[in-house]
Design a protein. Structure first.
Length: 249
């Protein structure tokens, strides 16, 4: 017989595994493998072929091949960054173990990335739990707490075993960062946060994202660690694609 606390953690784990792809828990699309120290999703879930095409002017690369290591979105989707910058977006979920594994790689890249690159995060929205976490992300942003809370969200879920799966749990979590219940409610229920959640859901549809973490470069190219080969390879691919998208001077 499973103890009540053990059952809670088991259910939380099932939610985590179900959320990293659009398949169910038994779907091999969301099984986790470790390759050379890199945790990846394997194999990649199906992608809308009508939305992905090979481009005649694909970036020249000795290592990465269009259609193998990354995909081309057609049409290219609009970005929210300055035309002078190349936008790199990560589609993620706080409850996904793969996103948690990728975070240190991403943090090191962010510390050295070119100022010509604008980085944005887009929460995934496949079910009610992911939408709840997306709203928590934008609530932290609205309160000016995102920089100090972003890593803490991952740690709370993956290290402390707290799935943050209710509004009450989120309110208590925000309280540890000096946010009062009234301040939390005002931001969480605000029109600004609601609008950003809706926009993120629309972007994920436009980008045809079926698993997380996924990367979108300048609204044109999409990839992930499974396609690239590892997290290190994905970072290298991001650099190559971003450089190919830099405006010609």
């Amino acid at each position: 017989m499973i103890a009540k606390r053990g059952l809670h953690h088991l259910l939380a784990l099932l939610l985590v595994l179900a959320g990293c792809g659009t398949g169910d828990v038994s779907d091999p699309d969301v099984e986790r493998e470790v390759q050379g120290g890199q945790a990846t999703l394997t194999p990649e879930a199906s992608i809308d072929e009508d939305a992905l095409v090979e481009a005649e002017d694909e970036p020249a690369s000795a290592r990465f091949e269009l259609g193998v290591h990354y995909q081309r979105l057609s049409p290219t989707q609009p970005t929210s960054s300055s035309p002078e910058q190349v936008e790199v977006a990560e589609v993620f979920w706080y409850g996904c173990p793969h996103c948690n594994d990728f975070e240190p790689y991403l943090a090191r890249w962010l510390a050295r990335k070119s100022s010509a690159i604008a980085f944005v995060r887009i929460p995934a929205m496949w079910n009610d739990l992911l939408r709840l976490h997306a709203r928590a992300y934008y609530t932290a942003e609205a309160l000016g707490k995102l920089d100090e809370m972003h890593s803490a969200f991952f740690a709370e879920i993956h290290e402390r075993g707290n799935p943050l799966d209710s509004r009450g749990a989120l309110e208590r979590f925000f309280g540890r960062f000096g946010v009062t219940p009234d301040e939390f409610a005002e931001a969480f229920d605000s029109y600004a946060v609601h609008t950003k959640v809706q926009r993120a859901e629309e972007l994920a549809r436009r980008y045809r994202i079926t698993s997380v973490p996924s990367i979108v470069v300048n609204g044109k190219y999409t990839s992930n660690a499974t396609l690239a080969g590892s997290y290190d390879a994905l970072i290298e691919l991001i650099d190559e694609l971003a450089e190919s998208e830099r405006p010609q001077r």
